[in-house]
Design a protein around this ligand. Structure first.
Ligand SMILES: NC(=O)c1ccc[n+]([C@@H]2O[C@H](COP(=O)([O-])OP(=O)(O)OC[C@H]3O[C@@H](n4cnc5c(N)ncnc54)[C@H](OP(=O)(O)O)[C@@H]3O)[C@@H](O)[C@H]2O)c1
Length: 317
């Protein structure tokens, strides 16, 4: 049993990684900016310690790293608060944090770091998200004393995802869906497969200094994925595919809306195919989307029907 620092452990992928680590009887330290919110998802995991902390403060980060045998970094932001492509939040979360983290590991003698980047990350990528992810990988690549493994998933699906579940929600709410970048290509990977890869990377000696793509068994266009979500959640709707220019206009308008579902930076990210020929590492098998998605999207539909019934009952009660 060892003590593992899990940055981003309160997020979608982080919750699944935390469960895997707890199952293997590790003590898992999860710093968060929103302890009450994170508690809802993690409170049932007996060896998870949730800590309110500002991980961008370097002395705080060093204290968290100290005493751990390994560190996992899952922190990521999909939108920069400014809404602008190449906004500063990307640099802070994806580049500065990994640099501070590996520096803290070097200082206190932590030898193992597993880091989640993104498929398509590159220094000349068209989006701030993908460029900052590449800069983060670069910041980790030169450590003289920390054994780093970088994992680069395509879009990740599973209960609690924000990608397919968001489309299920939109298809329920609207009779027609104008879809940005319908021809964007993805190779969705199951969140449990990602969690298994993260945990295997911690212990497999061959993973030291390696970068692995994480993808599922099939490539889909965004349009195919959204049509599938409509069928599975019993709300098949007409979908109007938007050109790149119209996608950028739609994204620009959404940047002004609460909840920010889409940004121009996301549209730029989607101009790069999120696909790979590489099999999952560590001998893991890739789970098919069709085997998992109906289970949680059909349930999401049921929950929303219960919510509507509860709402009507309250109105007439
Ligand atoms: N989900 C996908 O489809 C996908 C695909 C490719 C790559 N990835 C990468 O995988 C990682 C995990 O993704 P996810 O979907 O699990 O993300 P998520 O659900 O949005 O969770 C993000 C986590 O990062 C923390 N975080 C976010 N912004 C932060 C900030 N500015 N300062 C400190 N902590 C911050 C959050 O902690 P608190 O809010 O609790 O503080 C949360 O635990 C990310 O690096 C992401 O880029 C995800």
């Amino acid at each position: 049993m060892s003590r593992i620092l899990l940055l981003g452990g309160s997020g979608f992928i982080g919750r699944h990684v935390a469960q895997r680590l707890v199952r293997d009887q590790h003590t898992v330290i999860v710093p968060t900016r929103g302890r009450e919110r994170a508690k809802r998802d993690l409170i049932l995991l007996p060896t998870v310690e949730l800590i309110s902390a500002d991980i961008h403060d370097e002395p705080t980060l060093a204290r968290l790293v100290s005493g751990c045998s390994a560190v996992i970094n899952l922190v990521g932001v999909l939108h920069s608060r400014s809404g602008r492509p190449f906004g500063p939040d990307f640099k802070r979360a994806h580049e500065d944090l990994p640099r501070h983290l590996v520096g803290a590991c070097e200082r206190v003698g932590v030898k193992r770091l597993v880091h989640l980047s993104a498929l398509g990350a590159s220094a000349d990528a068209p989006s701030g998200y993908l460029r900052s992810k590449a800069a983060g990988e670069q910041a980790l690549a030169t450590s003289p004393s920390v054994a780093v493994t970088v994992l680069r998933p395509s879009v990740v699906f599973g209960p609690g995802d924000r990608f397919l579940s968001l489309f299920a929600h939109l298809l329920r709410a609207f009779p027609v869906l104008p879809l940005a970048m319908p021809q964007a290509r993805f190779q969705p990977v199951y969140v449990e497969d990602v969690a298994n890869a993260v945990v295997a990377a911690l212990t497999d000696e061959r993973a030291t200094g390696q970068t692995y793509d994480l993808v599922g068994p099939r490539v889909y266009s965004l349009l195919e994925l959204v049509e599938m979500v409509g069928n599975v959640s019993a709300h098949p709707r007409p979908i109007i595919g938007l050109s790149k220019t119209l996608s950028l206009i739609q994204a620009w308008m959404m940047e002004w809306m609460p909840g920010r579902m889409l940004s121009r930076d996301n549209v730029y990210s989607m101009t790069v195919d999120s696909v790979s020929d590489a099999p999952l590492p560590f001998g893991l098998g890739a789970t098919a989307l069709e085997a998992v998605v109906p289970g949680y999207l059909a349930n999401a539909n049921l929950h929303s029907r219960f919510d509507r019934l509860r709402f009507r009952a309250a109105r007439h009660g």
